[in-house]
Design a protein around this ligand. Structure first.
Ligand code: FMN
Length: 305
């Protein structure tokens, strides 16, 4: 079973990746949040570059690109391949209107001819074993997936991750894993299932119904970073370990922000991760955490779970 950490802009950053290493629960693959690629520029967001340059976890990391212009994507893939990355991942799932307006992210799914061109150009430009794709089931409707799978299998990526929702679903509704099973049958490469996998039981059930080679986990790993350890047969986390997790995450976030941000900025940065952890806190704790602007106070609130 291959375990990958899902890219999440501003969330699965270097601090979070280092935290996974420190709590002893690493996946097999990391993917950076997307670098936006356009004909005029590749926005090499510093925080995403840091994930690559500061990756001391020993786990391979792919650089993700979001764009819709084949020439620009090839240019930026070539540049990113000069960095210590294990491959290039094409984002065909981001639902942000800003990104979609330019035909990128899930916008690629709405324009199959351009999607084909992008896939084939990247396949040609990226060496064997290093080109992967992350996509949704379609733009508006999952009936689009059959045709998308044809394009994808023609392009022969080295791995495909399927977030089992359409763009229209955004992050709501139940993921439709039956489509992941279809992808497993149609593709010649390993397929990873993605979407709302929060517990080891859900992962095992998903693998059983999809026959996927593995899973990609995002929000579930922020809420419980020990999920990777558990999926390798390790223990579920003790309360003490969860406290250590929050403390380490505060430390690692501070390490990255040191000298750049204020104390309030540090707390606000923490809230980007905590947004996915609030279900594990009492309503009072959540209320206090949301308002907290002092790191010591935040640590006290997190330690009191
Ligand atoms: C805050 C946030 C940021 C995200 N950023 C990215 C991104 O940069 N690239 C990407 O492919 N998907 C991104 N996603 C989607 C996730 O990778 C994943 O597909 C989605 O959250 C479903 O998986 P999960 O339920 O395990 O989190 C993001 C999701 C969230 C919630």
């Amino acid at each position: 079973m291959l375990l990958a950490l899902a890219p999440m802009q501003d969330v699965t950053d270097l601090a979070f990746m280092r935290t996974l290493a420190r709590v002893g629960s690493l996946p097999d693959l990391l993917v950076t949040p997307y670098f936006r690629s356009t004909p005029t520029t590749c926005a090499l967001a510093e925080q995403n570059l840091r994930c690559i340059e500061g990756n001391e976890t020993g786990v391979p990391i792919e650089a993700q690109l979001a764009g819709s212009d084949a020439t620009a994507l090839v240019r930026d893939a070539r540049h990113l391949l000069t960095l210590p990355v294990s491959g290039i991942n094409l984002n065909a799932g981001c639902p942000s209107p800003l990104v979609n307006r330019h035909g990128a992210g899930a916008g690629l799914l709405r324009e199959p001819d351009n999607f084909r061109e992008v896939l084939q150009a990247l396949r040609l430009a990226v060496p064997a074993g290093k080109f992967t794709v992350k996509c949704r089931l379609g733009w508006a409707d999952d009936t689009e997936f059959a045709a998308l799978l044809e394009l994808l299998s023609e392009a022969k990526p080295d791995m495909l991750t399927v977030h089992a929702r359409t763009r229209k679903d955004l992050y709501g509704g139940k993921p439709r894993f039956e489509h992941v099973r279809r992808a497993v049958r149609a593709m010649d490469c390993p397929v990873l299932a993605n979407g709302d996998l929060q517990t080891p039981e859900q992962v095992l059930h998903c693998l059983e119904v999809t026959d996927a080679a593995g899973v990609m986990i995002g929000r579930g790993a922020v809420r419980n970073p020990f999920i990777f350890r558990q999926l390798r047969g390790g223990e579920s986390p003790a309360q003490e370990e969860m406290r250590d997790y929050y403390r380490i995450l505060v430390e690692e976030t501070g390490r990255i922000l040191f000298g750049i941000r204020t104390e309030k900025g540090h707390c606000n940065r923490m809230k980007k991760y905590l947004a996915f952890c609030y279900p594990d806190f009492t309503a009072e704790q959540e209320y206090a955490l949301r308002r907290c602007t002092v790191v010591e106070e935040m640590l006290r609130l997190l330690g009191g779970t």
